[in-house]
Design a protein around this ligand. Structure first.
Ligand code: SF4
Ligand SMILES: [Zn+2]
Ligand SMILES: [Zn+2]
Length: 333
């Protein structure tokens, strides 16, 4: 099959949802246009922004960083080492190798050094790993951005991630979560940095194809904690629908974020970034959402923006500390 754009080269990527097929060069143009139109339509970024790109070592976040750099945005990558045996080391290597290939050094936060490696912390407080991970990542995204004067935090969520989350929220009629779900979460007084998802218009398949054709070496294994993820069930259901009716995902999502959608009434008021709870925490609950009363104040422990006296991260750390103490006391007995 010939490329539908240049009509000369052989097509390498077929996209039924766009009734199209592209050769590698034309696919790069198509993909970048999808991303930049998604950015401009929702005013996610401006040329003056300093963008902190959260990179996990997976394809989506590395592709996002790649496209933003190619588009001329000022960016740095932030990698959070979750302290998961084997997996964290391998994903960090991918991030470092990619960053080096672009003349960059990623900012690295090691949760083991912070005293809160995810698997051990989850065991201590008997919570799901993903739930803890959501709280901790959200905290460091904002803290690093605020400390280092970034104007915006960007994550690599794609259309498949966003529609899976949307389907889950609709099936359970999570109206407050629906009101907060959007590729743009504005910043707020008190040090809450704006958060954006510039890949909201491109699918996982498109992102993978871009990464592969560009020669980006990413970690292909899933996080071992994601095995029970309910969002994978929603993704699978949507993939089956998409196979039969190409284009359904984007129609579903665009209709949802349309400002005239009654489900998003009051979304502006509800879209406090602090409440962007565990959005990429596959299968996690939003149980750690903080109560919002008025504007954010400073956490009495760490100074981070919070709507409570102590932020959810410090509360979690305190629970882990107490659980460790209890365990040590039991062992000593
Ligand atoms: S699956 Fe995602 S949210 Fe869960 S522990 Fe792994 S990286 Fe964190
Ligand atoms: Zn072509
Ligand atoms: Zn705190």
């Amino acid at each position: 099959m010939k490329c539908k754009r240049c009509r000369r080269a052989e097509a390498a990527v077929e996209l039924p949802s766009h009734h199209s097929a592209f050769c590698p060069d034309c696919f790069f143009v198509f993909f970048r246009r999808q991303v930049t139109e998604g950015i401009h339509k929702l005013r996610l970024l401006s040329p003056e922004d300093r963008v902190l790109v959260c990179v996990s070592g997976g394809k989506d976040s590395l592709v996002l960083w790649d496209v933003l750099m190619d588009e001329g945005y000022e960016t740095e990558g932030l990698y959070i080492d979750l302290g998961i045996d084997g997996y964290s080391g391998r994903s960090k290597e991918k991030v470092q190798a990619y960053a080096a290939s672009r003349g960059k050094t990623p900012i690295v936060v090691e949760l083991a050094k912070e005293g809160i490696p995810i698997p051990e912390a989850a065991r201590c407080v008997r919570m799901q790993e993903c739930s803890i991970c959501g709280t901790v990542k959200r905290y460091f995204f904002n803290r690093v951005a605020a400390e280092r004067q970034f104007t915006v935090v960007a994550t690599g969520h794609n259309l498949d991630d966003e529609t899976a989350r949307l389907l889950g929220n609709v099936l359970h009629w999570q109206r407050d979560h629906l009101a907060r779900q959007h590729p743009l979460l504005p910043g707020a007084d008190g040090g809450l940095v704006r958060k954006v998802k510039p890949l909201w218009r491109v699918s996982e398949v498109e992102t993978a194809a871009y990464g592969f054709l560009k020669g980006i070496d990413y970690v292909t294994e899933e996080c071992p904690m994601s095995e029970d993820a309910t969002s994978l069930v929603y993704k699978e259901a949507l993939s089956r629908i998409e196979d039969r009716m190409p284009g359904t995902r984007i129609v579903f999502y665009k209709g949802f974020i349309d400002p005239s959608n009654p489900l998003r009434k009051g979304a502006e008021a509800a879209a406090a970034p602090e409440d962007d709870a565990v959005e990429d925490a596959v299968g996690a609950t939003d149980a750690d959402v903080e109560e919002r009363v008025g504007t954010a104040g400073a956490c009495v422990e760490c100074g981070a923006p919070t709507y409570a006296e102590t932020c959810s991260y410090c509360r979690l750390k305190e629970r882990v500390r107490k659980a460790r103490e209890l365990r040590a006391a039991r062992v000593a007995r």
